[in-house]
Design a protein. Sequence first.
Length: 103
Amino acid sequence: MLSKKLVIAMMFGSMLAAGTALADGNVEHGKELSADCVDCHGDAGLGDEEVPAIAGLDAAAHAKMLNDFKSGAVESEMNDYVGDLSEQDILDLAAYYATLPAK
Protein backbone atom coordinates (compact mmCIF):
# COMPACT_ATOMS: atom_id res chain seq x y z
CA MET A 1 0.00 0.00 0.00
CA LEU A 2 2.80 2.41 0.85
CA SER A 3 4.48 1.87 -2.50
CA LYS A 4 1.25 2.72 -4.35
CA LYS A 5 0.99 6.01 -2.41
CA LEU A 6 4.63 6.74 -3.16
CA VAL A 7 4.13 6.14 -6.89
CA ILE A 8 1.07 8.43 -6.92
CA ALA A 9 2.97 11.11 -5.02
CA MET A 10 5.87 10.87 -7.46
CA MET A 11 3.53 11.13 -10.45
CA PHE A 12 1.83 14.18 -8.93
CA GLY A 13 5.21 15.80 -8.26
CA SER A 14 6.30 15.14 -11.84
CA MET A 15 3.14 16.72 -13.20
CA LEU A 16 3.69 19.83 -11.07
CA ALA A 17 7.30 20.09 -12.21
CA ALA A 18 6.29 19.73 -15.87
CA GLY A 19 3.69 22.47 -15.52
CA THR A 20 6.26 24.81 -14.00
CA ALA A 21 8.73 24.08 -16.80
CA LEU A 22 6.13 24.89 -19.45
CA ALA A 23 5.26 28.17 -17.73
CA ASP A 24 8.88 29.35 -17.79
CA GLY A 25 10.48 31.06 -20.74
CA ASN A 26 12.60 29.31 -23.34
CA VAL A 27 16.05 30.91 -23.20
CA GLU A 28 17.09 29.77 -26.70
CA HIS A 29 13.94 31.17 -28.30
CA GLY A 30 14.40 34.36 -26.30
CA LYS A 31 17.92 34.67 -27.70
CA GLU A 32 16.51 34.40 -31.23
CA LEU A 33 13.86 37.02 -30.48
CA SER A 34 16.46 39.37 -28.98
CA ALA A 35 17.73 40.19 -32.47
CA ASP A 36 15.14 42.97 -32.50
CA CYS A 37 16.26 44.27 -29.09
CA VAL A 38 19.97 44.67 -29.78
CA ASP A 39 19.57 47.79 -31.90
CA CYS A 40 18.74 49.78 -28.77
CA HIS A 41 19.83 47.67 -25.79
CA GLY A 42 23.04 46.32 -27.36
CA ASP A 43 24.28 42.76 -27.90
CA ALA A 44 24.84 42.23 -24.18
CA GLY A 45 21.64 44.00 -23.10
CA LEU A 46 23.64 46.65 -21.24
CA GLY A 47 22.02 49.68 -22.86
CA ASP A 48 23.73 53.06 -22.77
CA GLU A 49 23.20 56.52 -21.29
CA GLU A 50 19.82 56.83 -23.07
CA VAL A 51 18.59 53.21 -23.09
CA PRO A 52 18.27 51.15 -19.90
CA ALA A 53 20.16 47.93 -19.34
CA ILE A 54 17.99 44.81 -19.42
CA ALA A 55 20.71 42.20 -18.86
CA GLY A 56 20.39 40.38 -15.58
CA LEU A 57 16.87 41.60 -14.82
CA ASP A 58 14.65 39.27 -12.83
CA ALA A 59 12.67 37.37 -15.47
CA ALA A 60 9.29 37.85 -13.77
CA ALA A 61 9.84 41.58 -13.29
CA HIS A 62 11.05 41.95 -16.88
CA ALA A 63 8.03 40.04 -18.23
CA LYS A 64 5.73 42.31 -16.21
CA MET A 65 7.42 45.40 -17.66
CA LEU A 66 7.04 44.07 -21.20
CA ASN A 67 3.38 43.23 -20.57
CA ASP A 68 2.82 46.73 -19.15
CA PHE A 69 4.28 48.21 -22.34
CA LYS A 70 2.17 45.90 -24.48
CA SER A 71 -1.07 46.75 -22.66
CA GLY A 72 -0.32 50.47 -22.72
CA ALA A 73 -0.30 50.65 -18.91
CA VAL A 74 3.13 52.27 -19.29
CA GLU A 75 3.68 54.76 -22.11
CA SER A 76 7.05 54.38 -23.81
CA GLU A 77 8.72 53.89 -27.15
CA MET A 78 8.62 50.22 -26.18
CA ASN A 79 4.86 50.09 -26.81
CA ASP A 80 5.53 49.85 -30.55
CA TYR A 81 8.14 47.12 -30.18
CA VAL A 82 6.20 44.68 -28.01
CA GLY A 83 2.80 44.83 -29.73
CA ASP A 84 3.34 41.70 -31.81
CA LEU A 85 4.92 39.61 -29.04
CA SER A 86 2.92 36.71 -27.66
CA GLU A 87 2.84 36.00 -23.93
CA GLN A 88 5.30 33.13 -24.55
CA ASP A 89 7.60 35.43 -26.56
CA ILE A 90 7.64 37.82 -23.60
CA LEU A 91 8.48 35.00 -21.18
CA ASP A 92 11.20 33.77 -23.54
CA LEU A 93 12.81 37.20 -23.90
CA ALA A 94 12.69 37.78 -20.15
CA ALA A 95 14.23 34.35 -19.51
CA TYR A 96 17.05 35.04 -21.98
CA TYR A 97 17.94 38.47 -20.61
CA ALA A 98 17.88 37.09 -17.05
CA THR A 99 20.77 34.81 -18.03
CA LEU A 100 23.00 37.69 -19.14
CA PRO A 101 25.36 39.33 -16.66
CA ALA A 102 24.30 42.78 -15.44
CA LYS A 103 26.60 45.80 -15.41
